[in-house]
Structures are given as structure tokens and as C-alpha cells.
Write a protein that binds this ligand. Structure first.
Ligand SMILES: [Cu+2]
Length: 291
């Protein structure tokens, strides 16, 4: 059962409107999130990544660009070699082919070349990988559970938890989203303050899901029976979108992720209202908050 729906009464008292959970989450944030830039929404005809909002995402984009140069150069090099061989060493142009089978210099070069290239790539990619995987000290810890087919969020320090469902088309406008944000917007987004280290402990309750927000450079599988950690520190206030990124059943496409990154003041206000809204509710399939 959806927690928010059962508490329309409280939502109404809080807001003076009877619009239910979807709108409650927005009301708790108030006008303060109006005008927040929408980041990570797909754009028609665009290429590349959504804009980076964390250091890790910036690093990942840089690495992607750097490796793209290397693999493009290798591809061009190989194509040129093939063309040279086709033109100069075909049967007509080269009537008497050479018969040697070994060339030590060439063999050393084509062994050492790839080794040097791989070490070069590793020297840049490993530090970024470690940056993703080494979890810094958390300002805020949030437990994330993937369910068929929605996400649950728990703020263990504040003893609150709520479920986050896809917003119906009809509810988008009331919740402050545009019509083309269908399949991206949720009724109760994850809300975090800007420039704070958020550590997520992610698990799954049924099958494997994956919590991914490209602008944060975060994608981590939600595996039943396992707790995995990731983190992000969003540097820019905004509304960020992501998707479940592990095929998890028939409604896999209908469990998007919305994260609102807001100022500390707005976050405090939201937290106060959220504690009022969700306190004492039976918690969803949350992960244990110890550890
Ligand atoms: Cu999925």
C-alpha cells in the first residue's frame, strides 16, 4: 500500500489541498523548488552524457573523452594499415610475395604498444574507479531499496521512509512537471541538500534493480541480500532524473528516479515536513540501518 495515499488527511491539513501524496511531496518543498533547473532529461537529437553535477561524473566524462581519442586513433591506424596492405600487397601489385614468417622487431612493438596503451588508460581510469568506490564520510546516509517496480528511500537518522512511484500522466502538472517528463518524474522524489556528501546503501527486495543517475556518475546494482554503497555530492541545485538500469521485469521502464537537490534551508524545511508526514509509518522493505 502506498504510504502517502493513506495520509491524504495529513497532507490536506498541511497544505490545505486534497491532492494526495504526489502533490504533498511538492508542497513540502513549496515554491522554493520552482524554477530549479531540470537536469538529466533526454533531449531530442542530443548526443553524449547529461551534464555532470558531481566531481565523479566530470571525471567519468573526461575519461570517456580521453579513451575515445585513443580508440579512434587505433581504429584509424588499423584502417590505414589495411588499406596499405590492400593496395600495395595484393596479387596484382605484388607478384612475388615475401615468404618470411617472423619479424622480431614488429613482434616486440605490437606486444609492447598495447601494454603501454593499457597502462596509460589504467593510470587514469583506476583513480576514478577508486574515487567512485571509496566511500567518504557521509553528511547524509540514505538507504535505497529497489522493488518491483518502485524505489523505497529511508533516512535512518531521521527515522523516516517512503516509497517513490512513477507519476501518472494526469498528475504531472499538479506536481510541477511538464508533460514530456512522464516516465522520469516520481510522486515522492529523493530530496538532498546541495554540496553535501550523500552516501547511499542500496539493496533489492525481490530481483536485481540498478539505481542510476547519470548526472551524478552513479550506477549501482540493487541486489537482494546484499548491501552496496555508493555516494555523490551534487554541486548544483536542480531536478535530476535517472532510471532503473537493470532489467527487472515487466514494469522495469516504469520505475524512474527523481532527485531534487535543494539548498540546505529548503532541505531542512522539507525534512521537518517529511518527518511529520512519514513518522510512525510502517517502513517499507528497508535495509537495516546498522553498519
Ligand atoms: Cu529495472
Amino acid at each position: 500500500m502506498r504510504i502517502g495515499k493513506s495520509l491524504v488527511g495529513i497532507g490536506t491539513a498541511l497544505t490545505g489541498m486534497s491532492l494526495g501524496a504526489a502533490v504533498w511531496a511538492q508542497d513540502a518543498l513549496g515554491d522554493s523548488v520552482k524554477g530549479l533547473p531540470v537536469i538529466g532529461k533526454p533531449t531530442d537529437g542530443a548526443m553524449g552524457f547529461p551534464p555532470a553535477a558531481t566531481e565523479v561524473a566530470r571525471d567519468v566524462h573526461w575519461l570517456d573523452g580521453m579513451i575515445m581519442w585513443i580508440i579512434s586513433s587505433i581504429t584509424v591506424f588499423v584502417v590505414v594499415l589495411l588499406l596499405v596492405v590492400l593496395v600495395r600487397f595484393n596479387q596484382r601489385a605484388n607478384k612475388t610475395p615475401a615468404t618470411f614468417t617472423h619479424n622480431s622487431v614488429v613482434e616486440v612493438v605490437w606486444t609492447l604498444g598495447p601494454i603501454v596503451i593499457l597502462i596509460f588508460i589504467g593510470a587514469f581510469s583506476l583513480p576514478i574507479l577508486f574515487k567512485q568506490l571509496e566511500i567518504p564520510k557521509a553528511d547524509i546516509s540514505i538507504n535505497v531499496t529497489g522493488n518491483q517496480w518502485y524505489w523505497s528511500y529511508e533516512y535512518p537518522k531521521n527515522n523516516i521512509a517512503f516509497d517513490s512511484f512513477l507519476l501518472d500522466k494526469a498528475d504531472l502538472k499538479d506536481a510541477g512537471y511538464s508533460q514530456d517528463e512522464y516516465l522520469l518524474a516520481v510522486d515522492a522524489p529523493l530530496v538532498v541538500p546541495v554540496n553535501k556528501t550523500v552516501v547511499l546503501t542500496i539493496t533489492g527486495s525481490d530481483v536485481i534493480h540498478s539505481w542510476a543517475v547519470p548526472s551524478f556518475g552513479v550506477k549501482l546494482d540493487a541486489v537482494p541480500g546484499r548491501k552496496q554503497k555508493t555516494w555523490f555530492k551534487a554541486e548544483k541545485e536542480g531536478v535530476y532524473f535517472g532510471q532503473c538500469s537493470e532489467l527487472c521485469g515487466k514494469n522495469h521502464a516504469y520505475m524512474p528516479i527523481t532527485v531534487k537537490v535543494v539548498s540546505q534551508a529548503v532541505y531542512d524545511k522539507w525534512l521537518k515536513a517529511a518527518i511529520k508526514e512519514y513518522a510512525g509509518d510502517p517502513q517499507p522493505l528497508n535495509v537495516a540501518s546498522s553498519n
